[in-house]
Design a protein around this ligand. Structure first.
Ligand code: ATP
Ligand code: LTN
Length: 329
């Protein structure tokens, strides 16, 4: 059975880009593959430094992952810091990647530029080494992610190949899997930037917990252009094309087929809003129920951590043995 792994950071709230670009694929993956999904709280530490915040966000994110349809009986959902092997293998990864390779990561360039006068931790720079550890620990063959993560999966492949070359076959070399529609959901106000919860305003970002009213309003105010021609052309008409992609991701019809049905932007925006509201409603209901039972949530996460650790310890032992570190006894 194919081993699939992907992770998400507990930083703020989950948005439609996360859902259409990644989470939806995680849910379909659990039916045909052996799926592992981590809430990567140690990654969040690269940008969060207030006490108590990451833990709360972790619990809310766990509720959202189960609400979108991850089934604890089929998928292994765990918290990264509950599996210490991530930090241990991360150091090995740091020693297998070069400074030059890390310097080329666009996520580092973007995030460090956005932090301007803020503290820029060394962790923000070495982050892809921890991400490589997340993936390689589980012998993952497929990593379902949005387009923005492709570069991190590429560097993971390079690290795996280099390690295998130096120390002998140890790691499975993974590949990124991105969905046909929704791989890069753009900000509704700034359709040339990806939808992101770290944007300056949330007017262009649909949160999974937004009310129907808020969703409809955000779509109504979405930036399009001064023409009123509905065509799918991401390069020249990013705003309209983004709406068509979102509608396509919700309905399963191709964006260019959908474009043929509209003559004006207004009806497209309102249909898009409706489709998203319908997609979100059942998820929001389950999310509220799950959050009311925190004891049950932490029980499910303990089961996930136990399952994850069984796999992670075996891989870490294999990597240490391949290097030839002196065994403790
Ligand atoms: P930030 O908002 O801080 O940029 P993020 O929204 O990218 O963070 P992550 O935890 O980094 O959140 O990403 C979780 C998953 O969601 C990743 O697989 C990522 O590729 C996917 N993803 C994030 N934003 C988008 C987007 N706009 N469109 C499609 N997929 C996305
Ligand atoms: N870097 C990713 C989150 C992430 C991840 C992973 C994704 C951490 N570890 C392992 C896939 C596999 C992000 O910022 N979205």
């Amino acid at each position: 059975m194919t081993r699939v792994l992907s992770c998400i950071q507990p930083t703020g709230e989950v948005h439609l880009g996360n859902y259409l670009g990644a989470l939806r694929n995680w849910v379909s993956g659990q039916d045909r593959a052996d799926a592992f999904h981590g809430i990567v709280d140690l990654h969040a530490l690269t940008v969060v430094d207030s006490p108590g915040v990451i833990g709360d966000d972790t619990l809310r994110l766990a509720a959202m992952l189960f609400a979108v349809g991850l089934d604890p009986d089929r998928a292994t959902v765990f918290v990264q810091s509950h599996v210490p092997e991530h930090s241990q293998l991360s150091w090995v990864m740091e020693c297998t990647v070069s400074f030059g390779e890390l310097s080329r990561m666009t996520q580092f360039k973007d995030k460090s530029a956005r932090r301007e006068q803020d503290f820029i931790s060394a962790g923000l720079f070495t982050y892809p080494a921890l991400q490589a550890a997340d993936i390689l620990l589980y012998d993952a063959e497929e990593v379902p992610v949005g387009d923005d993560q492709r570069q991190h999966i590429e560097i993971t492949r390079d690290i795996a190949l280099r390690f295998n070359h130096r120390f002998g076959e140890t790691f499975v070399v993974p590949r990124a899997v991105t969905p046909p529609a929704g791989a890069r959901v753009m900000d509704l106000q700034e359709p040339t930037s990806k939808m992101s919860k770290s944007a300056t305003t949330l007017a262009g970002c649909i949160l999974m917990t937004d009310t129907a009213d808020m969703v409809a309003k955000k779509f109504k105010r979405a930036v399009t252009d001064s023409e009123s021609l509905v065509v799918y052309d991401p390069e020249h008409k990013p705003g309209v094309s983004n709406l068509l992609e979102i509608l396509s991701a919700c309905t399963g019809e191709a964006p260019s087929d959908l474009a043929g049905r509209y003559e004006q932007y207004g009806p497209l925006k309102s249909d898009c809003g409706h489709a998203v509201i319908e997609t979100l409603a059942p998820i929001q209901e389950r999310y509220r129920e799950l959050l009311d039972d925190r004891g049950e949530l932490s029980r499910l996460l303990t089961i996930g951590a136990d399952k994850a650790r069984r796999v992670a310890t075996t891989t870490l032992d294999r990597a240490y043995a391949a290097i030839g570190l002196l065994p403790p006894r």
